[in-house]
Write a protein that binds this ligand. Structure first.
Ligand SMILES: [Zn+2]
Length: 154
C-alpha cells in the first residue's frame, strides 16, 4: 500500500503547479501508474504462489495446500485494477462519434474513422418542430350515442 500512497502524493504535488486540464491529465497518468503498480503486485503474487507450489511439491506437502488466501488476494488486486481502469476511462472521456460511434480522442475535432465533425454534445441539429401538429385534433368527439339514435327504430 505504501507504493500506492507514494504515487498519489507525487501526483498531487505535480498537479498543484498546473492548470485544471493538465490536472486531469495528471490524474490519468497517476491512475495509470497506479494500475501499473497493481499489475506489478499481481506478478509478485503469482511469483510467490509459484514458489510456494514448487516448495510444497518438493517437500511433498502439496496435497494439503490451500491457495484460497492467495487466490483471493490476486482476485482483489484484479478488482482494483478494474476500478482504476474505469476511472481512467471516465477521466479520459473519449468522445464517441455521433455517426459511427468510433471513440475519438478528447481533443479530436473530426472523427478519425469516418471524418464526421465532433464536439457538440447537443443532438438538436435536426430541428423537427412537432408543436404545429394540430391536424385532426380539432374534430369534436361526436361518438354516436346509442340511446339517442337507435331507440326509435323498433
Ligand atoms: Zn465517425
Amino acid at each position: 500500500m505504501g507504493a500506492f500512497e507514494d504515487v498519489v502524493i507525487n501526483a498531487k504535488s505535480a498537479a498543484a503547479s498546473v492548470g485544471k486540464e493538465a490536472g486531469r491529465l495528471v490524474d490519468i497518468s497517476k491512475l495509470k501508474l497506479n494500475a501499473a503498480e497493481l499489475q506489478r503486485d499481481i506478478s509478485k503474487k503469482y511469483e510467490n504462489l509459484g514458489k510456494m507450489v514448487y516448495d510444497a511439491y518438493k517437500s511433498g506437502t502439496s496435497d494439503n495446500m490451500s491457495f484460497d488466501e492467495h487466490i483471493g488476494c490476486i482476485d482483489e488486486l484484479y478488482k482494483r485494477i478494474e476500478e482504476v481502469n474505469e476511472r481512467i476511462n471516465a477521466l479520459s472521456k473519449k468522445s464517441a462519434c455521433p455517426k459511427c460511434g468510433f471513440k475519438n480522442d478528447d481533443k479530436a475535432v473530426f472523427c478519425s474513422h469516418c471524418g464526421a465533425k465532433l464536439g457538440e454534445e447537443s443532438q438538436n441539429d435536426a430541428t423537427t418542430d412537432f408543436s404545429d401538429d394540430s391536424f385532426g385534433s380539432d374534430l369534436p368527439s361526436d361518438e354516436k350515442n346509442p340511446d339517442n339514435n337507435f331507440s326509435g327504430e323498433e
